[in-house]
Design a protein around this ligand. Structure first.
Ligand code: SAM
Ligand code: DTB
Ligand code: SF4
Length: 322
């Protein structure tokens, strides 16, 4: 199977427009080759710094610009975060993702605490992912030295639709941050959200930017908008779960070896739609009853889902030496 980085936007639009059964069949063939054991990774999320963010991302309840119920909270300290990571590991997670509602990483004590969290999570034998906005080359290098597995920084939507969603930073700034993370040797977690009023062309446009990065992001989260009260997108209709299936399938075909994460929005999908996403090539879910500030199915429900689908949970790895 050849991994391509030269996909055209037309090819991607054509994929998204295929009859669903044909799209699923193509995605399944790619997935079976790339992930023969059908292993699914469980990733748990924790919001370390919640709310009060200067950015104006229209979907986000943590933005200062919106009137959602989420208010700025002090940051969590290192020990409670590591206790949550240990609990996530003991419940079966393989990856622990920590979020900061920041425009960019802050130097000083908060950054030293972030580095200690990364080291601690790695010592527990978990992959560590951080999402905290923009960063400098030096910060990316220090995160790499602390053992960070992945940095999450989403492009969210197509370059054309982006300005309708965020005005406080540009698409180009997003791409530059991704380059810094890459240069430091940390893997990329980069995806987007559907259900923000975008067209099919925009969905193809987002996938086009992702699938023409070389190398592809190692991890591609596909989120369905969680329309939170108080945000500018609060009244948007729920995404058709079959559109999530289509995005997952297209991402799988375009980026065969990337982890495609079925991310936010699972509470609005029934188990059968989620099983279709697994069939379409999703090989990770967020595991635990909260995402950052919104809900997620509980662990028992998800264990039942994975068992019903007949997929295997990724095997735990021995603690890393960092
Ligand atoms: N502040 C950092 C940043 O923006 O990169 C990190 C945290 S931010 C909350 C992480 C990602 O969560 C966003 O890029 C977005 O894709 C996703 N997200 C946030 N709110 C969401 C919502 N209401 N529905 C779906 N996805 C959402
Ligand atoms: C991603 O793409 N989705 C996750 C993770 N990366 C950080 C976050 C989803 C957040 C959903 C809204 C909330 O819970 O605040
Ligand atoms: Fe801030 Fe990230 Fe939310 Fe945008 S998505 S408002 S940057 S926390």
């Amino acid at each position: 199977m050849i991994t391509r980085h030269d996909w055209s936007r037309q090819e991607i639009q054509a994929l998204l427009a295929l009859p669903l059964v044909d799209l699923l069949w193509q995605a399944q063939q790619v997935h079976r080759v790339a992930n023969p054991g059908y292993q699914v990774q469980l990733a748990s999320l924790l919001s370390v710094k919640t709310g009060g963010c200067e950015e104006d991302c229209a979907y986000c309840p943590q933005s200062l610009h919106h009137s959602s119920d989420v208010t700025g909270q002090p940051e969590l300290e290192v020990e409670p975060v590591l206790a949550r990571a240990r609990a996530a590991r003991d419940a079966g997670a393989q990856r622990f993702c920590m979020g900061w509602a920041w425009r960019e990483i802050r130097e000083g004590a908060p950054f030293e605490a972030m580095l200690a969290m990364v080291r601690g999570v790695r010592e527990l034998g978990l992959e560590a992912c951080v999402t905290a906005g923009m960063l400098t080359d030096g910060q990316a290098e220090r995160l790499a030295a602390a053992g960070l597995t992945a940095y999450n920084h989403n492009l969210d939507t197509s370059p054309e639709h982006y300005d309708r969603i965020i005005s406080t930073r540009t698409y180009q700034e997003r791409l530059e941050t991704l380059e810094r993370v890459r240069r430091a040797g940390v893997t990329l977690c980069c995806g987007g959200i559907i259900g923000m009023g975008e067209s099919d062309t925009d969905r193809a446009g987002l996938l086009h930017v992702l699938a023409t990065l070389d190398p592809h992001p190692e991890s591609v989260p596909i989120n369905a908008l969680v329309a939170v009260e108080g945000t500018p997108l609060e009244a948007l209709p729920a995404v058709d779960p079959l559109d999530v299936v289509r995005m997952v399938a297209a991402a799988r075909i375009l980026m065969p070896h990337s982890r495609v994460r079925l991310s936010a929005g699972r509470e609005q999908m029934n188990r059968e739609a989620q099983v279709l996403c697994l069939l379409a090539g999703a090989d990770s879910i967020f595991y635990g009853d909260t995402l950052l500030t919104t809900g997620n199915p509980d662990g028992a429900t998800d264990r039942e889902l994975l068992a019903a689908a007949g997929v295997r949970v990724e095997e735990a790895r021995p603690p890393a030496c960092v």
